[in-house]
Design a protein around this ligand. Structure first.
Ligand SMILES: [Zn+2]
Length: 386
């Protein structure tokens, strides 16, 4: 089951989405503050007032995380990296970048921008607290001072936590930028930074366990048990994210080094452009079992027809439609050369929503590269790499 998320608006032209798990954080923060932290440190107010302050703090916390992600996004957009969306979820936020940074320097600056925003926000909150304390004799600013201090603390923590040098945290991206600049190998740098991420994930998990044990056995205050639990969960999350990043880097690395020639299908059956669709289905799609065929006219490639185009035509019309009327016409993106890395074919297929491309050399069809062939290749690679 996919957990739903909702778009709540746009910033810098980027859709902002809230994941359902974020509401859990929102409720938890509001509830903890309104029933515990606020009444303890600021006694004598009405419950409504505590709930209003708790809710406000949760909204400001949300804004802090959003501004952190917008910091990353702003610099990424400067490097012409499109941002698909920003999602806020239980562990914070993610700005989904459509491609990787072009240079180590860009990677470094994009990674640093988020924590920089958090540190500046934290600093501003502390300045606000200082100012408010100086003038509070005349006004009852105690509540605002508390919110300011809390938010300053949270933003500093957000900046510090993200600077842990384990990929995919921001600090890990900074590390990757350094390793990338040093060794001039993006994928190796990613794998190394992800291994450091695995290490920090384990370390946080252990710290969480020790804190929980201390709280339960009485060595630490009992109230720290939930802190320990939270650290443990974050450690596990970092470990899983680092593992996934490492796996993805391995996959992308193999796709970036293997040329299309090595996994293209070389026995290509073509279909004439004048063929009627019912004939195409019976004599080609059903007898060969392939998902698509290049279309020829006078021996020249004019397009590609796949199951998808046939599906769009009602079967009763098949005898009356010819392949050339429904095929995907030949274009720049339909044809690819055999010596370029598979990753480019995959990116193009993803972009166009296609499952195959025609491989040509000197106007001659020499093969087909299909999505399923790439998947099979990765499955074989994956099992031999483990
Ligand atoms: Zn960040």
């Amino acid at each position: 089951m996919r957990i739903p998320s909702w778009e709540i608006g746009r910033a810098l032209g980027i859709p902002i989405r809230i994941h359902a798990s974020w509401f859990l954080v929102f409720l938890l923060v509001t509830w903890t503050l309104s029933t515990g932290y606020l009444p303890e440190s600021l006694p004598g107010l009405t419950p409504e007032r505590y709930w209003a302050m708790g809710g406000l703090a949760a909204v400001l916390l949300f804004l802090s995380v959003l501004l952190h992600e917008l910091g990353h996004s702003y610099v990424a957009l400067h490097y012409r990296i499109p941002i698909e969306k920003i999602t806020l979820f239980i562990f914070g936020g993610v700005a989904h970048m459509r491609k990787e940074a072009p240079t180590p320097r860009a990677e470094f600056l994009i990674a640093l921008a988020g924590p920089a925003v958090s540190f500046v926000l934290g600093g501003l909150c502390f300045v606000f607290v200082e100012l408010a304390e100086a003038i509070q004799r005349q006004h009852g600013l105690q509540g605002w001072i508390m919110l300011g201090a809390l938010l300053g603390f949270v933003n500093m923590q957000l900046g510090l936590f993200n600077m842990i040098p384990g990929f995919p945290l921001d600090g890990g991206r900074v590390l990757r930028a350094g390793l990338w600049a040093w060794g001039n190998d993006f994928y190796r740098a990613t794998k190394q930074a992800a291994v450091v991420g695995l290490g920090f994930g384990l370390l946080l998990g252990l710290v969480g366990l020790v804190v929980m044990y201390g709280a339960v056995s009485g060595g630490l205050p009992a109230s720290m048990a939930s802190n320990g639990g939270w650290i443990l969960v974050i450690g596990m999350f970092l470990f899983a994210a680092a593992l996934a990043s490492r796996r993805q880097a391995v996959i992308r690395q193999s796709l970036a080094t293997v040329p299309i020639r090595d996994l293209m299908v070389t026995t290509v059956t073509t279909i004439p452009s004048q063929c009627a669709l019912d004939e195409a289905v019976n004599q080609y799609f059903q007898s060969y079992g392939y998902g698509g065929f290049p279309v020829l006219e006078d021996g020249r490639l004019v397009g590609l027809i796949t199951v998808l185009e046939i599906q769009n035509v009602s079967p009763s019309l098949w005898p009356w439609r010819r392949v050339e009327q429904v095929m995907r016409p030949r274009s720049e993106s339909l044809v690819i050369e055999s010596d370029i890395p598979v990753i480019h074919a995959m990116e193009r297929m993803a972009r166009e929503g296609w499952d195959r491309l025609v491989v040509m050399k000197n106007e001659e069809i020499i093969g087909l590269v299909t999505h399923s062939a790439i998947v099979h290749f990765l499955q074989l690679r994956g099992s031999s790499n483990r």
